[in-house]
Design a protein around this ligand. Structure first.
Ligand SMILES: *Cc1c(COP(=O)(O)O)cnc(C)c1O
Length: 395
């Protein structure tokens, strides 16, 4: 006798009905504001290539020369024979950049967060996380089998109260929240962590390269050092324009990760040529302050224009400038209306953001121009802002 395998179509139909079905777009241009997507030229405001380095000639050349020198594949995990001097030099550069004794490369940011949280906590522990943390931080806590307690967004007072009742092993937060663009209250969180004797892990995927002196990120923005924030995680696929991630901290922290972080140990090292490309982009990101200046002026221009139009802005100072739509239906309608006039901005829906907070996630890059921003504002001015059914259409 045989049984049919479980039927997936029911679940897929549910997603379609809830307008949560996702579909990939096919891009035929490199990362740049003038994207070609599904065969159409669109002005894009949804890349995380904040500094415009993903397609920079010097970074491309470093990758090409790296491939000549190293070939393509690393061939093995770091603990076997995959760890090259290219990886080693990048780790040294990242340690120097972040002002910490050591840095350890991971293949992706998702894996870095899984690795660091599972290495630092176990079943009997409690991990505290901001409720709007990136999925990879939340998943890391679930995988560690520690108890995960989520505290209200950016609320150190509520966190302190929870800590008084429980005690903690680890507190984890985004530095810049990926869907909102606001900064975590890091000085207060650092103080709270210190009082509780807990590690503080900051995921600065959207702060590095963008905030602080030389793009040193959220910690530098607040003047916090390695004593105050023990574990810094950063990604390389956003402002640095390449791919991968790292964790920076003390000698003991990095040695612990090398011994215990399973997402580090049981995976092939990333291509050495990629490490060469990232070293080139790190240098550009640090040296070329004009990219950050330009971003700041584009963000200012956008916010001023949006304010005049009465758009529902948040108080973000970063290149992430969400426009809250509320319902999934409204966010989709906005995104489609923009696309009709040649502008690409994705609608962000649950479960990426909480129910009832669907939005357009607008992001800026140093490779945008002022006239790009003006064109965006003109298009936003035409969006239908009121729709009678918006409160209920998520149900
Ligand atoms: C993108 C992102 C990650 C994941 O990094 P990848 O290298 O893309 O896997 C982790 N945390 C935050 C806050 C992010 O935005």
């Amino acid at each position: 006798m045989t049984h049919p395998v479980p039927d997936l179509s029911v679940r897929l139909d549910q997603l379609r009905v809830a307008q949560l079905y996702r579909r990939r777009r096919v891009q035929t241009s490199p990362q740049c504001p003038q994207a070609i997507v599904d065969g159409r030229r669109l002005l894009s405001f949804c890349s995380n290539d904040y500094l415009g380095l993903a397609n920079h000639p010097a970074v491309i050349a470093a990758l090409q020369q790296g491939a000549e020198r190293w070939g393509v594949g690393s061939g093995a995990a770091h603990l076997v024979t995959g760890h090259s001097s290219a990886h080693q030099r990048l780790e040294e550069a990242l340690a120097a950049f972040t002002g910490r004794p050591r840095a350890l490369l991971f293949s992706t940011g998702y894996m870095a967060n899984l690795g660091v949280i599972t290495a630092l906590s176990e079943r009997k522990d409690i991990v505290f996380e901001d409720r709007l943390n990136h999925a990879s931080l939340l998943d890391g806590a679930l995988l560690s089998r520690a108890t995960l307690r989520r505290y209200p967004h950016a609320d150190p007072v509520a966190l302190s109260r929870l800590l008084d009742q429980n005690g903690a092993r680890l507190i984890a937060t985004d530095g810049v929240f990926s869907m909102d663009g606001d900064l975590a209250p890091l000085p207060e969180l650092a103080l709270t962590a210190r009082k509780a004797g807990a590690w503080l892990l900051v995921d600065d995927a959207h702060g590095l390269g963008v905030l602080g002196r030389g793009g040193r990120g959220s910690l530098d923005h607040f003047g916090l050092d390695a004593e105050e924030v023990h574990v810094l995680m950063g990604t390389l696929g956003k402002a640095f324009g390449t791919f991968g991630a790292f964790v920076a901290g003390s000698e003991e922290l990095v040695e612990t990760l090398i011994q215990l972080a399973r997402s580090y140990i049981f995976t092939t090292a990333s291509p050495p040529a990629l490490a060469e490309a990232t070293r080139a982009s790190l240098e550009l990101a640090e040296r070329e302050d004009w990219r950050r200046e330009r971003l700041k002026s584009l963000i200012g221009r956008f916010r001023q224009g949006a304010l005049q139009l009465g758009l529902p802005l948040t108080d973000s100072i970063t290149p992430i400038q969400p426009l809250l739509a509320g319902s999934t239906r409204r966010a989709l309608a906005w995104s489609q209306a923009l696309e009709r006039v040649g502008i690409l901005i994705g609608a962000i829906r649950p479960p990426t953001v909480p129910e009832g907070t669907a939005r357009l996630r607008i992001t800026f890059s140093a490779s945008h121009t002022e006239s790009n921003v003006d064109r965006l504002l003109d298009a936003l001015a035409e969006l239908p802002m009121d729709s009678p059914d918006e409160a209920t259409s998520d149900r």
